[in-house]
Design a protein around this ligand. Sequence first.
Ligand code: FPP
Length: 252
Amino acid sequence: MSEGAPSERAEPVRPDTPRHVAIIMDGNGRWAAARGLPRGEGHRRGVEALRRVVRASHELGIAYLTIFSFSSENWSRPASEIGDLFGLLRRFIRNDLASLHRDGVRVRVIGEREGLDADIRNLLAEAEDLTRANTKLTLVVAFNYGSRQEIARAARRLAVEVSEGRRTADSINENSLAQYLDAPDIPDPDLIIRTSGEQRLSNFLMWQAAYSELVFVPIHWPDFDRAALEGAIAEYARRERRFGGLAAKTAS
Ligand code: FPP
């Protein structure tokens, strides 16, 4: 726990509200294609959906919202689309940072920063620095993020400690590895939502998702709104989380 959890934050509106919701914002391209629009327009409308969902998460008392904004694998897209996505991130931070800060949102970033342009790295650092002490909602932006890469980075740091004689190989367990993931102080997601009807994790939070409930929503991300979020939370509330144990009724 490097920075500690914020002490005061909005109470969940309902007791079965997940503390941490993570979202794979999928379907921007298909949304645009269905309307004869360029893919970039789908991403632009995706940012509008993101604003709606940040506001709704805040209102519903969700403490942590993680969004998959750019994956390590998205580099294989055409340069023009990569340019669109980076432009949107720049604009999102420049235009929305002040209002996120006013609303008490704390921004955190996970993913590999090395290799990103210096101006993007600076913007990400500025967003984290400005909002560090905020306590209402933590918005975790997964940018240039891939779960396998994150786990490999953690393994590399442990290997260095072993090679330098600062720990033994025997001392490595799931807790020591988890401490070297990108945001060790953030609790695992309770609910992971993927839009667009695809049903896979695509290298997103695979370590942290061990006991997450997965909800797949058959609408494209630009159409996602508060009602859709509440629908996914209602589905989550119907699930029985056992974490490898027994159902409550059979346990006693
Ligand atoms: C998936 O849709 C979405 C992405 C690859 C990027 C998500 C980005 C945004 C919502 C906007 C950017 C937000 C920030 C904060 C920068 P897709 O393109 O894979 O859609 P498709 O599967 O229909 O082609």
